[in-house]
Design a protein around this ligand. Structure first.
Ligand code: DP6
Length: 359
């Protein structure tokens, strides 16, 4: 019987508190500013990917949430797959005892347990997981920083999902992108009190992808230059200090200001891009009202909860554990969940179903 090589991994999403928006090199996914995010727990929103290499497979194929994606038409997928295969080839050339699996075709099954392309960082978890599962399949000896450089070529924000906790993607300076990768600022255990609450306002696929949206912004918005030069560099430094000191007030203010700055440059794009909707804006107001009410009631904190919005209307709220139940209670009274809808309409394949997809 012919041997089948297989690896399965999961990768969590990350939610940026200082947003990546703009590329200085669209082929290599090199950003115009550094960014910083919190990687959520593996148990929550994640991608699960199984890669299989076998001599009898006829062509590279990939299924996302059960539907086939044509790899050859997707530059981002070919970037990652070609690089990982090249790395395996190098290993095989240097060690004759290794099975020659780099030449085998691949079948890949990837599924998100949450809505895809709805502004919930699905490409971040997806490309981090693809990179990591191929590295596992091919038994590559790459560290997290090297893996993050490869994941970045699939989707910029994916480079941050290869590390847990609080993660900075340093934009780097080199033209080849070799210094543009993610590094951990602090582990999850450093500040385990931090909780994220995700409010799914709309789980439909977004109209303007992040990739296209940020290119339009760089091409047409004068405001983005101010953000790149004068806003983000200071915010990055202040955010790192806030995380080191577990200073929630600073963390919250920088997070909310950065979300507002990012959506301001989207509005300054011509024609403008609007990712937030009326419900998103109502969430912003509710958060500010809640924080003000808590402060008026004598809370020692200026902010109890912070919002941030990616390229979609869905809100992510950051709170500390001690305040999570109260915030969730208030938010779900103001914004009751739709009863007729399972909002976490993701895909969860068991082993047998993965076999059926890959067969
Ligand atoms: C608003 O990483 O999805 O979520 O590199 O083109 O794949 P590509 O873009 P992507 O952009 C993410 C934008 C963001 C902010 C962030 O996560 O930093």
């Amino acid at each position: 019987m012919l041997k089948v090589y297989e690896a399965t991994c999961t990768a969590p999403i990350n939610i940026a508190v200082i947003k990546y928006w703009g590329k200085r090199d669209t082929k290599l996914n090199l950003p115009t500013n550094s960014s910083l995010s919190v990687t959520l727990s593996q148990d929550d929103l994640h991608t699960k990917t199984t890669c299989r290499a076998a001599p009898e497979l006829k062509a590279d194929k990939l299924w996302l949430n059960g539907k086939e994606e044509i790899i050859a038409q997707n530059k981002r997928l070919t970037n990652v797959i070609n690089e990982m295969r090249a790395q395996r080839k190098k290993l095989e050339e240097n060690d004759n005892s290794l099975p020659k699996i780099a030449d085998y075709k691949l079948h890949i099954c990837s599924a998100n347990n949450f809505p895809t392309a709805a502004g919930l960082a699905s490409s971040a978890a997806g490309f981090a997981c693809l990179t990591f599962s191929l590295a596992t399949l091919y038994q590559l000896k790459l560290d997290n920083v090297e893996l993050s450089t490869i994941a970045r070529t699939g989707s910029g924000s994916a480079c941050r999902s290869l590390q847990g906790g609080y993660v900075a993607w340093e934009m780097g300076e080199k033209e080849d992108g070799s210094d543009s990768h993610a590094i951990q600022v602090a582990s999850r255990e450093h500040w385990p009190d931090m909780q994220a609450i995700i409010l799914v306002v709309n789980d439909a696929k977004k109209k303007t992808s992040s990739t296209l949206g940020m290119q339009h912004t760089v091409a047409t918005s004068p405001l983005i230059q101010h953000r790149i030069k004068h806003v983000v560099p200071k915010a990055m430094e202040d955010m790192k200090t806030a995380i080191q000191n577990k200073d929630f007030d600073s963390f919250a203010e920088i997070t909310m200001r950065d979300s507002n700055s990012f959506h301001a440059v989207c509005a300054d794009t011509f024609p403008p891009i609007y990712y937030m909707n009326d419900i998103s804006r109502a969430v912003v107001n509710a958060v500010h009202d809640y924080n003000a009410a808590k402060a008026a009631m004598g809370s020692a904190q200026k902010y109890t909860v912070a919002y941030t919005f990616d390229a979609g209307p869905n809100a992510v709220l950051y709170v500390q554990k001690k305040d999570a139940d109260n915030v969730l209670g208030v938010i779900s009274r103001i914004f009751p969940a739709a009863e007729d809808k399972n909002i976490y309409s993701g895909f969860n394949f068991n082993d047998q179903e993965i076999d059926e997809v890959l067969a």
